[in-house]
Design a protein around this ligand. Structure first.
Ligand SMILES: [Zn+2]
Length: 82
């Protein structure tokens, strides 16, 4: 019987008790439960990240559905006639 085997067994289940998440802003590991600023580690990170969204730091690429995929030219009316 080796002593290291005992140690590794006792260290296992402890991880399941608390859920640790990484702050999306700074990457700091923080507890998910009892965290009012989750998924962030602190109020500061939450505000900074939200501020980034509002100021347009993060941009979600949106495909323009109006874009012509066929490439067919749209006939334009001549404003001179009429
Ligand atoms: Zn953080």
């Amino acid at each position: 019987m080796t002593s290291w085997a005992k140690l590794s067994l006792s260290a296992g289940p402890a991880i399941c008790k608390t859920m640790i998440i990484k702050c999306p802003h700074c990457g700091k590991e923080t507890e998910y439960r009892d965290n009012p600023f989750r998924p962030f580690c602190s109020e500061r990170c939450k505000l900074v990240d939200l501020g980034g969204w509002l100021s347009g730091t993060y941009r979600v690429p949106i495909k323009n559905s109006n874009e012509d995929e066929d490439g067919e030219p749209i006939p334009q009316k001549d404003p001179a006639k009429g």
